[in-house]
Design a protein around this ligand. Structure first.
Ligand code: GDP
Ligand code: MN
Length: 413
């Protein structure tokens, strides 16, 4: 009787063991590569996965955007002329950095789209936290849906009232008249009170938010944008190790009627504060030599930014922002954070510490940028214009896009 019982137990054990083994095997086979569920539609670019097998075997080398640029470009202006920067061996700690996004509850869908792509292209590998900002509290729906798209930490912060309201020196009546005027002449979103607050917040307040106190670096993310390419290195380490202050990847020529007094005001600032202008600053690429060296309205398209918070916190930028703010241009006109950031970076940072992230394919509305020479890494088709950035061939007039001239000027100056 005993031996039968023993036999019975061991065969039950064998069955259990087999089931367990099968479960482990199934788990291994079905283990998802990414923590978030991949979207199923073909049109959703976040679903795109590069075919790694066809890539050249440079993966053993540490990806270095500067080396990549040298190898893929015959544009002598492409790489900064400063002594060769590199990934530093001195820093081993992770930069104190975050993905930051000012967004409304109503833009949840668009936010999810941007997040899915940036997570699958980059952040699933690097796990930087997301910090969402809003002028009102985020809904539980917004929080749950965004949290669900990342395994990194998410934080939800309300903008302090004093960072999002009319300063006491602004004449409300005059502001109301300006809203009407800007609306009538058709300056984009110039009639919206909130748009003025938003531009001012992005110009002079985001880096003052108490929650960012322990952070040094940020990547600005907007709802409804697209990231086309795999990014195989830590952009924040790259910024830190190369002592970069500001990174961009598109330029625009925004409606100059939104900032009629900006250039005069800026020139007056520079005259009054010559000691704040960086000795290696380069404003040349922003001047129109055909028009008495007036501002040519070139701007870094600031919905994409990877930058140093401490640059904005520094005295030169603070002085400059207050100088502009006191004159009321964020309300009586519609100063955008794009021209304000551009002028600040151009005046207060050395040119060699401003980086063109041409390897990061990106789209905001109708503006897009698709890097060539990244075969198998991007889900976009480079245009001839994209190609030409790497060669500095003469621009042909039919394809000539003024905003691209801005980048030419930036690179060539
Ligand atoms: P555009 O890119 O200049 O057309 O301006 P957007 O409408 O895209 O606004 C720029 C950024 O600010 C986006 O991330 C928006 O989500 C955000 N934004 C604009 N207005 C508001 C607002 O009133 N409240 C909040 N929370 N975010 C805003
Ligand atoms: Mn936008």
């Amino acid at each position: 009787g005993l031996t039968i019982l023993q036999h019975h137990i061991s065969s039950r054990r064998l069955i259990l063991l087999t089931i367990l083994l099968a479960l482990v095997l199934m788990r291994l086979i079905l283990l998802p590569t990414y923590h978030d569920s991949m979207p199923s539609t073909v049109h959703d670019l976040s679903a795109f996965q590069p075919v790694r097998a066809t890539l050249p075997s440079t993966d053993k080398k540490k990806p270095d955007p500067i080396r990549w640029l040298k190898e893929n470009s015959n544009n002598r202006y492409a790489v900064s002329r400063r002594s060769p920067p590199n990934f530093s061996l001195l820093h081993s700690s992770k930069p104190r950095a975050a993905l930051i996004s000012l967004v409304r509850n109503s833009e949840l869908e668009g936010m999810m789209q941007s997040m899915r792509q940036l997570e699958s292209r980059w952040n699933r590998k690097y796990q930087y936290p997301w910090i969402f900002f809003n002028d009102e509290p985020f809904t539980e729906e917004f929080k749950a849906a965004t949290r669900n798209l990342t395994s990194a930490k998410c934080y939800y912060e309300v903008v302090p009232r004093e960072h999002w309201s009319l300063p006491e020196w602004i004449d409300e009546g005059r502001f109301m008249n300006s809203l009407e005027y800007l609306g009538t002449i058709g300056v984009g979103k110039g009639w919206m009170v909130s748009y003025h607050h938003m531009c001012r917040w992005n110009s002079g307040f985001f880096y003052k938010h108490p929650f960012l106190k322990n952070y040094d670096w940020y990547w600005r993310v907007e709802p409804d944008v697209h990231y086309f390419c795999d990014i195989d290195y830590d952009v924040f380490r790259f910024m830190r190790d190369n002592n970069m202050k500001y990174g961009f990847n598109m330029n625009i020529l925004d409606d100059a009627r939104s900032f009629p007094s900006l250039w005069t005001r800026t020139r007056a600032f520079a005259t009054a504060h010559p000691h704040l202008i960086h000795p290696e600053a380069d404003l040349g690429w922003l001047l129109d030599s055909t028009n008495g060296n007036e501002y040519n309205n070139c701007q870094f398209f600031s919905n994409f930014e990877i930058g140093s918070l401490n640059f904005w916190r520094g005295e030169p930028n603070e002085e400059y922002f207050n100088w502009l703010d006191e004159a009321g241009g964020f309300y009586y006109e519609r100063f955008g954070d794009a021209p304000v950031h551009t002028l600040s970076v151009a005046m207060f940072a050395p040119k060699s510490e401003v980086w063109f992230f041409r390897d990061i394919g990106y789209q905001h509305d109708i503006n897009h940028h698709c890097p060539p020479h990244r075969e198998g890494k991007c889900s976009c088709q480079p245009t001839r214009m994209d190609e030409n950035f790497y060669k500095l061939v003469p621009l042909e007039s039919p394809q000539r896009k003024p905003a691209d001239t801005c980048i030419r000027q930036f690179l060539g100056g």
